[in-house]
Unconditional design. Structure first.
Length: 164
């Protein structure tokens, strides 16, 4: 019939629409997107190592930002052998670290008297507002993956540990 599109083309577009309610060629339509993807310009993305950017500096460590989305901050931290960071906390953010290589030591608590050591494969949890500093007590560089959940500034540098 004249004026009607080829049925196979319509079927292909409709099938595509049912299987994937958006395409890479067009912006995500929040009305057609599944609830978990609404508000996103891209539903899934990969951040390559060369795309990481320098992030919230603290003396003695080098943070690299991978993801900064509402309620989520993720990246890497590198600490050179023998280095110690300045004292800081992560505001409203709950923070987890996964040690990939090297070793990390965290000092925290009244007067900085609390101490934990972690190595490759270990996870560390740092509660929101916990004043602490990280160090690398070894002769090898340390790298950890950081994931934070919360809002506000991801790092607040302070003069020292809490006294009480």
């Amino acid at each position: 019939m004249a004026g009607l599109p080829d049925p196979e083309v319509v079927l292909t577009r409709e099938a595509k629409r049912r299987l994937l309610p958006w395409s890479a060629e067009e912006p995500l339509d929040p009305l057609r997107a599944p609830p978990q993807a609404r508000g996103m310009t891209e539903p899934v993305r990969v951040i390559s190592p060369d795309s990481l950017t320098d992030a919230d500096p603290t003396p003695g460590m080098r943070r690299k930002l991978a993801i900064n989305a509402p309620g989520l901050w993720a990246g890497l931290v590198h600490t050179e052998p023998g280095a110690a960071s300045g004292w800081h906390h992560h505001g409203e953010h709950e923070t987890s670290l996964y040690v990939v290589s090297g070793a990390m030591r965290l000092e925290f608590g009244p007067g900085g008297a609390g101490l934990v050591d972690a190595g490759p494969g270990d996870f560390i949890h740092v509660p929101a507002h916990a004043v602490h500093r990280e160090s690398n007590p070894t002769d090898q560089p340390a790298t950890a993956v950081i994931a934070r959940g919360g809002d506000g500034p991801p790092t607040v540098n302070v003069d020292g540990p809490d006294d009480v």
